[in-house]
Design a protein around this ligand. Structure first.
Ligand code: ZN
Length: 150
Protein backbone atom coordinates (compact mmCIF):
# COMPACT_ATOMS: atom_id res chain seq x y z
CA UNK A 1 0.00 0.00 0.00
CA UNK A 2 1.48 3.38 -0.91
CA UNK A 3 1.78 6.12 1.70
CA UNK A 4 -0.86 8.34 0.13
CA UNK A 5 -3.43 5.59 0.58
CA UNK A 6 -2.20 4.91 4.07
CA UNK A 7 -2.74 8.52 5.10
CA UNK A 8 -6.22 8.48 3.65
CA UNK A 9 -7.06 5.34 5.58
CA UNK A 10 -5.64 6.73 8.79
CA UNK A 11 -7.79 9.82 8.33
CA UNK A 12 -10.92 7.69 7.99
CA UNK A 13 -10.05 5.87 11.22
CA UNK A 14 -9.40 9.14 13.07
CA UNK A 15 -12.67 10.65 11.82
CA UNK A 16 -14.69 7.65 12.98
CA UNK A 17 -12.92 7.67 16.33
CA UNK A 18 -13.79 11.34 16.82
CA UNK A 19 -17.36 11.16 15.56
CA UNK A 20 -18.41 7.53 15.91
CA UNK A 21 -21.57 6.37 14.15
CA UNK A 22 -24.18 4.39 16.08
CA UNK A 23 -22.63 5.21 19.45
CA UNK A 24 -24.96 4.90 22.45
CA UNK A 25 -27.76 2.61 23.57
CA UNK A 26 -30.95 1.23 22.03
CA UNK A 27 -34.24 1.65 23.86
CA UNK A 28 -35.10 -1.98 23.10
CA UNK A 29 -32.77 -4.72 21.98
CA UNK A 30 -33.04 -8.49 21.71
CA UNK A 31 -29.35 -9.33 21.23
CA UNK A 32 -26.36 -7.96 23.10
CA UNK A 33 -22.80 -8.84 23.88
CA UNK A 34 -19.77 -7.38 25.62
CA UNK A 35 -16.40 -7.81 23.95
CA UNK A 36 -13.07 -7.34 25.68
CA UNK A 37 -9.53 -7.04 24.42
CA UNK A 38 -7.42 -7.18 27.60
CA UNK A 39 -4.16 -6.65 25.70
CA UNK A 40 -5.19 -3.11 24.81
CA UNK A 41 -7.93 -2.42 27.34
CA UNK A 42 -10.70 -2.18 24.74
CA UNK A 43 -14.15 -2.77 26.18
CA UNK A 44 -17.12 -2.75 23.85
CA UNK A 45 -20.83 -3.34 24.30
CA UNK A 46 -23.09 -4.03 21.33
CA UNK A 47 -26.87 -3.85 21.37
CA UNK A 48 -28.86 -5.19 18.42
CA UNK A 49 -32.48 -5.34 17.46
CA UNK A 50 -32.90 -8.28 15.06
CA UNK A 51 -36.27 -8.71 13.35
CA UNK A 52 -38.21 -11.96 13.02
CA UNK A 53 -36.97 -12.33 9.46
CA UNK A 54 -33.34 -11.97 10.58
CA UNK A 55 -32.66 -8.37 9.60
CA UNK A 56 -30.46 -6.23 11.85
CA UNK A 57 -32.99 -3.42 12.27
CA UNK A 58 -30.85 -1.40 14.63
CA UNK A 59 -27.43 -1.60 16.27
CA UNK A 60 -25.49 0.59 18.67
CA UNK A 61 -22.22 0.31 20.51
CA UNK A 62 -20.85 1.78 23.71
CA UNK A 63 -17.77 1.39 25.88
CA UNK A 64 -14.18 2.51 25.90
CA UNK A 65 -11.33 1.66 23.62
CA UNK A 66 -8.50 2.85 21.47
CA UNK A 67 -9.00 4.74 18.20
CA UNK A 68 -8.82 1.60 16.08
CA UNK A 69 -11.37 -0.34 18.12
CA UNK A 70 -13.80 2.59 18.17
CA UNK A 71 -13.40 3.31 14.47
CA UNK A 72 -13.87 -0.39 13.72
CA UNK A 73 -17.08 -0.50 15.79
CA UNK A 74 -18.35 2.67 14.12
CA UNK A 75 -17.70 1.32 10.63
CA UNK A 76 -18.89 -2.21 11.43
CA UNK A 77 -22.23 -0.95 12.80
CA UNK A 78 -22.67 1.31 9.74
CA UNK A 79 -22.06 -1.63 7.43
CA UNK A 80 -24.39 -4.17 9.04
CA UNK A 81 -27.27 -1.91 10.09
CA UNK A 82 -30.33 -2.80 8.00
CA UNK A 83 -28.63 -5.91 6.60
CA UNK A 84 -29.69 -9.55 6.93
CA UNK A 85 -27.77 -11.48 9.60
CA UNK A 86 -26.43 -13.78 6.87
CA UNK A 87 -24.89 -10.85 5.01
CA UNK A 88 -23.39 -9.45 8.22
CA UNK A 89 -21.63 -12.77 8.74
CA UNK A 90 -20.22 -12.60 5.22
CA UNK A 91 -18.79 -9.16 6.01
CA UNK A 92 -17.26 -10.62 9.17
CA UNK A 93 -15.48 -13.28 7.11
CA UNK A 94 -14.30 -10.69 4.61
CA UNK A 95 -12.85 -8.57 7.42
CA UNK A 96 -11.37 -11.52 9.27
CA UNK A 97 -9.70 -12.94 6.16
CA UNK A 98 -8.28 -9.55 5.26
CA UNK A 99 -6.55 -8.90 8.59
CA UNK A 100 -5.45 -12.49 9.25
CA UNK A 101 -4.14 -13.49 5.85
CA UNK A 102 -0.58 -12.87 4.84
CA UNK A 103 -1.18 -13.07 1.12
CA UNK A 104 -2.38 -10.20 -0.97
CA UNK A 105 -6.16 -10.09 -1.26
CA UNK A 106 -7.52 -11.12 -4.62
CA UNK A 107 -11.26 -10.74 -4.10
CA UNK A 108 -12.91 -7.35 -4.24
CA UNK A 109 -13.11 -5.83 -0.75
CA UNK A 110 -15.74 -3.48 0.52
CA UNK A 111 -13.84 -0.17 0.75
CA UNK A 112 -15.07 0.48 4.29
CA UNK A 113 -13.42 -2.81 5.28
CA UNK A 114 -10.28 -2.17 3.23
CA UNK A 115 -9.62 0.87 5.45
CA UNK A 116 -8.33 -1.58 8.05
CA UNK A 117 -5.97 -3.51 5.80
CA UNK A 118 -3.07 -1.44 7.22
CA UNK A 119 -3.43 -3.01 10.69
CA UNK A 120 -1.90 -6.22 9.34
CA UNK A 121 1.46 -4.49 9.73
CA UNK A 122 0.78 -4.04 13.45
CA UNK A 123 -0.09 -7.47 14.86
CA UNK A 124 -0.89 -6.03 18.29
CA UNK A 125 -3.63 -3.86 16.74
CA UNK A 126 -5.30 -6.65 14.78
CA UNK A 127 -7.33 -7.59 17.87
CA UNK A 128 -8.42 -3.98 18.29
CA UNK A 129 -9.73 -3.99 14.73
CA UNK A 130 -11.46 -7.38 14.91
CA UNK A 131 -13.00 -6.92 18.40
CA UNK A 132 -16.24 -5.31 17.21
CA UNK A 133 -16.71 -7.99 14.55
CA UNK A 134 -16.19 -10.84 17.01
CA UNK A 135 -18.59 -9.13 19.42
CA UNK A 136 -21.14 -8.85 16.60
CA UNK A 137 -21.01 -12.59 15.96
CA UNK A 138 -21.21 -13.29 19.70
CA UNK A 139 -24.31 -11.10 20.00
CA UNK A 140 -25.97 -12.79 17.01
CA UNK A 141 -25.16 -16.23 18.42
CA UNK A 142 -26.40 -15.32 21.90
CA UNK A 143 -23.04 -15.23 23.72
CA UNK A 144 -23.12 -12.42 26.27
CA UNK A 145 -19.37 -11.90 26.57
CA UNK A 146 -16.30 -12.59 24.48
CA UNK A 147 -12.63 -11.93 24.99
CA UNK A 148 -9.87 -11.84 22.43
CA UNK A 149 -7.73 -13.78 24.92
CA UNK A 150 -9.89 -16.86 25.39
ZN1 ZN B 1 -7.21 -1.33 21.09
Amino acid sequence: MNSEFKELYQQVILDHNKNPKNFGHLTTCNHQSVGMNPLCGDHLKLELQISENDIIDDIKFSGDGCAISRASASIMTSIVKGKPVKEAKEYFHQFHDMVMNEEEQTEELDERIAVFSGVKEFPARVKCATLSWHTLIAAIDGNETISTES
